[in-house]
Design a protein around this ligand. Structure first.
Ligand SMILES: Cc1cc2nc3c(=O)[nH]c(=O)nc-3n(C[C@H](O)[C@H](O)[C@H](O)COP(=O)(O)OP(=O)(O)OC[C@H]3O[C@@H](n4cnc5c(N)ncnc54)[C@H](O)[C@@H]3O)c2cc1C
Length: 418
């Protein structure tokens, strides 16, 4: 055992760093932030375009400058930020404390913490997990890998490139490829429409002349050693064509980085596949909290940062003996909704006073409704549901939830209600 700290934060991305700063601001004595990467900052560190910081820092910054600002703010507030340190274990200790195993070049050490915040983010599902048949050549990667190679490694990528996906991050990948010298052939999506802002699609079409091929799937990858091309199948006509390219980037399709949470025995939510969390971002294990893209893969960095701040306030309450848990009522999202976060109703309002949701389908004019035991608790104004895009449900109805009642079901009604 190498010491005691009040809080260990796992992950020095926007969520973890913002939480650390807030914990120190609230007077929490010792806060240790561990990150396995060589430098703190999380994903924004290698995302060299602008678009970061609007909601939390009230200005728009590039990813690397945002990462530096958050790291500097956490350190200035008195948090100990330790890059190159992987958290490899999390277990229960004496008196309800948590034992956290840290592994770094200096060796393995165990720290006892009164509370732990997991902020390990999410990653894109790699090609292998997407079960696309074919060869395994070089040149096939995810956006995260692409951005690390281009912005951290300074790599150039000449030749033709295909982006698989058409959500926000897919357009970011296309931009990175163009910066790296590639010629982007198209964005390919199985959905009937792209899922990002119309402005992004227009920008890609006009500035870079990149089309979006909708209702199309990559069905085979070809190349011995180096990628030669991919087979694209049109879901409407069944037509198959071979698209020659040297680079293929799989984008989106996020999975929470839940490895540590799973090994620590935390209950996982079947929808988000991150740890199940209540509105205070408390997990199933007392004293262990989770925030950022680990609980809602994937939102923008400022939302992750604000979720970290929210968790920090709840942790500060927990540390001073405040009661966080009235009985927690599950919140279930029903099809076509895929998931809702937070997924349990606890003692606090959720981050930003709202739940975030994802839909499997496009729907216009849908109303989100919250029901408990046949009782309508809330009905939203009409919203537009787009797969891979966030929908929100204001949490103003929480005081109507019957603590002893059944789960709250969130469903989509039509324009008229049902
Ligand atoms: C290509 C791309 C473009 C984007 N563009 C934008 C944009 O323009 N604007 C915007 O607002 N957002 C953007 N985002 C989203 C934004 O980057 C994320 O929302 C944000 O980084 C999430 O913050 P986080 O702290 O939850 O997780 P991350 O930033 O993913 O940080 C998690 C950290 O945890 C660490 N970690 C994981 N497991 C362990 C462990 N066991 N031990 C120690 N450390 C661990 C990781 O090393 C990582 O540093 C983009 C994302 C991508 C991929």
């Amino acid at each position: 055992m190498s010491g005691d700290v009040a809080v260990v934060v796992v992950g020095a991305g926007p969520a973890g760093l913002s939480a650390a700063r807030e914990l120190r601001r609230l007077g929490v004595g010792s806060v240790l932030v561990a990150d396995r990467e060589a430098a703190a900052g999380g994903v924004p560190r290698h995302s060299a375009h602008t678009g970061y910081g609007l909601r939390d820092r009230h200005r728009v910054m590039t990813g690397p400058s945002y990462a530096r600002a958050l790291t500097g703010a956490a350190r200035a507030a008195g948090a100990q930020v330790r890059p190159g340190t992987t958290v490899t274990g999390l277990a229960g200790g004496p008196d309800g404390s948590r034992l956290v195993t840290l592994t770094s070049a200096a060796g393995i050490e165990t720290v006892r913490a009164a509370a732990v915040l997991l902020a390990t983010g999410c990653r894109e599902r790699p090609r292998a997990a997407r079960l696309v048949p074919g060869d395994r050549p070089a040149g096939v990667m995810t956006t995260g890998e692409l951005q690390q190679r281009v912005y951290l490694g300074g790599e150039r990528l000449a030749g033709r490139a295909l982006v698989i996906g058409a959500e926000h991050v897919s357009f970011s990948a296309a931009l990175t490829l163009e910066h790296a010298g590639a010629d982007v052939v198209a964005l390919v999506t199985e959905h009937e429409r792209q899922q990002s802002y119309a402005a992004f699609r227009l920008g890609a079409a006009i500035r870079w002349r990149i089309p979006v091929w909708t209702s199309c799937a990559v069905t085979r990858i070809t190349g011995r050693g180096r990628l030669q091309g991919v087979e694209v199948t049109d879901g409407r006509t069944g037509a198959v064509r071979f698209v020659p390219c040297e680079t293929a980037v799989f984008t989106g399709d996020w999975i929470p980085d839940h490895e540590l949470a799973r090994r620590a025995g935390l209950a996982l939510d079947p929808g988000t596949r991150g740890p199940a969390v209540d509105t205070a971002l408390a997990t199933s294990v007392p004293g262990v909290f989770a925030a950022g893209n680990l609980v809602h893969a994937a939102e923008t960095a400022d939302i992750a940062a604000l979720s970290g701040r929210h968790a920090a306030r709840q942790i500060a309450t927990f540390l001073t003996g405040g009661v966080l848990g009235r009985d927690r009522v599950p919140v279930l999202a029903e099809p076509p909704l895929r998931w809702i976060s937070p997924n349990l109703i606890g003692s606090a309002a959720p981050p930003l006073g709202r739940f975030v949701l994802r839909s499997r389908e496009f729907r216009r004019g849908a109303r989100l409704e919250a029901w408990q035991d046949g009782r309508l608790l809330a009905r939203s104004r009409p919203v537009r549901l787009i797969p891979e895009r966030t929908a929100q449900l204001d949490a103003g109805w929480l005081d109507q939830v019957e603590q002893a009642g059944g789960p709250v079901r969130v469903v989509t009604g039509s324009r008229s209600g049902h």
